[in-house]
Design a protein around this ligand. Structure first.
Ligand SMILES: NC(=O)C1=CN([C@@H]2O[C@H](COP(=O)(O)OP(=O)(O)OC[C@H]3O[C@@H](n4cnc5c(N)ncnc54)[C@H](O)[C@@H]3O)[C@@H](O)[C@H]2O)[C@H](O)CC1
Ligand SMILES: [K+]
Length: 468
């Protein structure tokens, strides 16, 4: 049930890590001291997890390899059987020092390891944040093979071959799957962005003495959502208007999710005959349907359609001064019409909708989301297995990876309704988006597998129970 990365944690790029390291050194530390901390922290985790089994540590030529030599020395001093295999001699002074302090043998990697060689515990200290180009095929293949054969595989800082800042895979499909990754000093984008994130397993951060870290990017925190008090009534709990269209199911799901996420009153503007759940107030759409100033948020897009009537509805929603969640079909009808909107606006595109709206951008998903938020003036939620939330002012979060079972029809509609409920309760738009994604992800993890989007909506109250 635990998310596999720490919540609300700073995420630093390779350059930001180097800057933090420079600050620590200016304050009296040294690369060797940081490496000692890193290697000792790795050894402590491995010692606990290895439970006496033999550990094979693969060391690269840079400081990631240096961390590996330190870990080997510390593990051996604690009586853990350790083997070290290295990809050449160390190339940095600190790694060379760590290598010199390791008194055991060093096997050649990958060439020196016999076919079928393995150890129950595999530690990958080959490359970390210093990797700037693809890893040789023979090296990538050997890491993947050894990690696959091990009972437990652990990456030091990053799975070797991961691109630190973009979460890309330098090896193009050759990254090994690890059970765990020990992030040194702080999380890096590769721990939360796909495809690298899925290779990390459970990620834990090891303190290496860098002090407090200031980062623009963080993982989404667990939200704190207050329960209603004695003074609450349906309108203070938030009134959400869902503007529907020809695909009724989608707007029904958004409306249901809005209630399940705590809204006090949900109005579904599609019309039609009354049917359960009767708590959803169904009305026909009219141009002045959004004039009721008790409406705290409007959700538009799920099931809206893309015809002239859909355009007319979107036009009215954009012209209103209501906070807006724009999703699904409405994203396809936007064509830059957000400019000049003062009320809070949240866009929730998936990758395809994002590309259609903002073009095929360059840079990491994080940079692209920030750019889109700046250009549109809206909070932009780029959904996926690595959902990024960006605000126009530059604030940005990555949600902890959640259940892949969310990849089913209707879950986006549930998310739009969930965010709408929080927005209607006057939660600021960035926080509403962040909390909505957290609730949605927590609900998915709780109901586990093969769920219907309706059931996801119905699991939101249990997720809310954990957001206190
Ligand atoms: N940042 C910190 O505060 C600390 C980080 N530590 C660890 O150090 C690594 C980063 O170390 P660095 O030496 O910069 O890079 P790497 O070890 O990741 O690798 C660089 C090394 O590898 C060579 N190289 C690069 N790409 C390739 C390639 N495709 N094939 C072969 N060789 C390649 C390059 O020339 C270098 O020699 C960080 O992740 C932490 O693990 C320390 O613990 C200190 C504190
Ligand atoms: K590594």
């Amino acid at each position: 049930m635990l998310p596999n990365v720490p919540e609300g944690a700073p995420v630093l790029t390779a350059a930001a890590m180097r800057a933090a390291e420079d600050r620590a050194i200016a304050a009296g530390s040294s690369v060797a001291a940081l490496m000692e901390c890193a290697g000792t922290g790795v050894a402590e985790w491995v010692h606990r997890l290895a439970a006496g089994s033999e550990v094979l540590i693969l060391c690269g030529p840079g400081n990631n390899g240096g961390d590996g030599y330190v870990a080997a020395r510390v593990l051996a001093s604690r009586g853990v059987p350790v083997r070290v295999a290295a990809l050449g001699e160390p190339k940095t002074a600190a790694a060379a020092q760590a290598r010199a302090a390791w008194s055991g043998p060093v096997e050649a990697f990958p060439g020196g390891l016999a076919d079928g060689d393995t150890a129950p515990i595999l530690v990958d200290a080959v490359f970390g944040t210093g990797l700037t180009r693809a890893v040789d095929d023979a090296v990538a293949d050997a890491i993947r093979l050894l990690a696959g054969r091990a009972r437990l595989s652990i990456a030091v800082d990053l799975p070797s071959g991961a691109e630190t800042d973009s979460g890309g895979d330098f090896g193009a499909g050759k990254l090994a799957n690890f059970d765990g990754t020990l992030a040194l000093g702080a999380l890096k984008p590769a721990h939360v962005l796909q495809p690298a994130a899925r290779h990390c397993g459970a990620v834990r951060v090891i303190d290496i003495g860098l002090g407090s870290l200031d980062a623009v990017l963080r993982t989404s925190p667990r939200p704190q959502i207050a329960a209603p008090g004695p003074e609450s009534h349906k309108y203070t709990r938030g009134m959400v208007a869902v503007v529907g269209g020809p695909m009724h199911g989608a707007s029904e799901l958004a409306a249901r999710a809005a209630y399940r996420a705590g809204a006090g009153y949900v109005l579904l503007l599609t019309g039609g005959l009354p049917h359960p759940p009767h708590a959803i107030v169904r009305q026909r759409w009219s141009p002045d349907a959004l004039a009721d100033d008790r409406i705290g948020a409007v959700v538009i897009g799920p099931g809206l359609g893309r015809d002239d009537r859909a355009r007319e509805k979107l036009e009215a929603a954009l012209a209103s001064d209501r906070p807006l969640v724009i999703d699904g079909d409405a994203l396809h009808l936007l064509d830059g019409r957000l400019r000049g909107r003062d009320a809070p606006t949240i866009l929730t595109p998936h990758a395809g909708e994002f590309a259609a709206l903002f073009g095929a951008g360059t840079g990491s998903k994080i940079m692209q989301a920030q750019d889109a938020a700046r250009k549109s003036g809206a909070v932009v939620v780029v959904k996926g297995a690595d959902t990024v939330i960006a605000a126009p002012g530059g604030r940005v979060q990555v949600a902890a990876p959640t259940s892949a079972w969310l990849s089913v029809a209707g879950t986006g509609d549930v998310l739009a309704g969930t965010i709408g409920a929080l927005l209607a309760q006057h939660v600021p738009p960035f926080d509403a988006a962040s909390a909505g994604i957290w609730l949605h992800g927590a609900a998915a993890r709780m109901i586990d597998r093969c769920f219907l989007a309706d059931e996801l909506a119905d699991a939101l109250p249990e997720a809310l129970e954990r957001a206190r």
